[in-house]
Design a protein around this ligand. Sequence first.
Ligand SMILES: Cc1ncc(COP(=O)(O)O)c(C=O)c1O
Length: 410
Amino acid sequence: MSTSFERLRAREAASLMHTYGRLPVAFASGDGVWLVDVDGRRYIDALSGLAVTALGHAHPAVADAVAAQARRLVHTSNLYFTEPQIMLAERLAWTLGWSDARAFFCNSGAEANEAALKLARLHGKRRHPDAVGVVALSGSFHGRTLGALAATGDPAKHRPFEPLGTWVTHVPYDDAAALDAAVDDRTCAVLVEVVQGEGGVRTVPTDVLRAARDACDRVGALLIVDEVQTGLGRLGSWYGWQTALDGAPLVVDVVCLAKALANGLPIGAIVARAEAAKVFEPGDHATTFGGGPVVCAAALAVLDVIEREGLVARAASLGQRLAAGIDDLGTAHPAVTGRRGRGLLQAVTLATPQAPAIAGVALQAGLIVNAVAPDAIRFAPPLVVTDDQIDQIVTRLDAALTAVALEPNP
Ligand SMILES: Cc1ncc(COP(=O)(O)O)c(C=O)c1O
């Protein structure tokens, strides 16, 4: 380990709260799919942060939009109108294909889910004063703030912070009947991801998604889709809901976005349609920084590039190339049992809990992937990745799998 890295590590330990179990690398710069560490070593980033930098690192269109807007106007508060925020809401509505959409901007994925949950509560209370219940799925991840944490389907993340209330009911992510049974007239929303990213890149079965829609219609609840990780092209469609039912769309009421929207600058958004779009009134919800001109200018640049370069269709075809590469790894390595996910959000599944070891070896060899579960390695490369870079990613993982297989058993 280099001395410059070791010095940074010591300073980090002394100055920052220990919320992150960081890997032993400090990055100094990036360019497209490449990251460069403080010692000048280059890494191919097959993770995009955590599914964030969809246009790759240091994209010139985003950098130019940020610089130009920062010179013009950074902040006014939401007491006033600013055009970039309005333009971004209009552009998102266009990507969603919703003529009756309205957006609310915040600063992260967790905040987007908080906003959606608050909106659903107000919507539910119009029907029944106790209609504040939310049904969510086991294995889901919706963020770390208290409301989003309560909705997250991971008891281990709940435990240290309990009590989190009784307003969320979790049902198994693959049990349509349990979901249907959990929704009643006290339910204001069902919250789903179409592919559970942090939950191990697990596709939620179509019968569960159909049951969610039907149950919401039965009681008048909102179907909220958390597309913080899957939205904006990553699955090979603008949004996962558009192709969630075996290629056909799942009708949803509210979409939550964040991660890729401004290519790494902090932004979150919810977009709702029809009557759900009109629930919030002045004073119901707000944030100081949400929808600020700089992040909105960055997000508009992101949407321009995605559209101009056809990156949504590209994610679909690159995803097929990645899937074929992973399938070849399955043929070559007994440790590989299969593949999950679609588009440019996929995971290699393993027979044993060796994902952290394999991801660690890959990192040393200049490939960034992550152990999304003890037995699953996630890929979420930028949408601008080339065919050749997809092949390099597979080749480097192949080498890491071989290296770990050759290691003596502890
Ligand atoms: C599906 C989903 N929702 C919400 C979040 C939370 O987003 P943030 O970390 O920006 O609060 C994440 C983060 O990984 C996510 O994957």
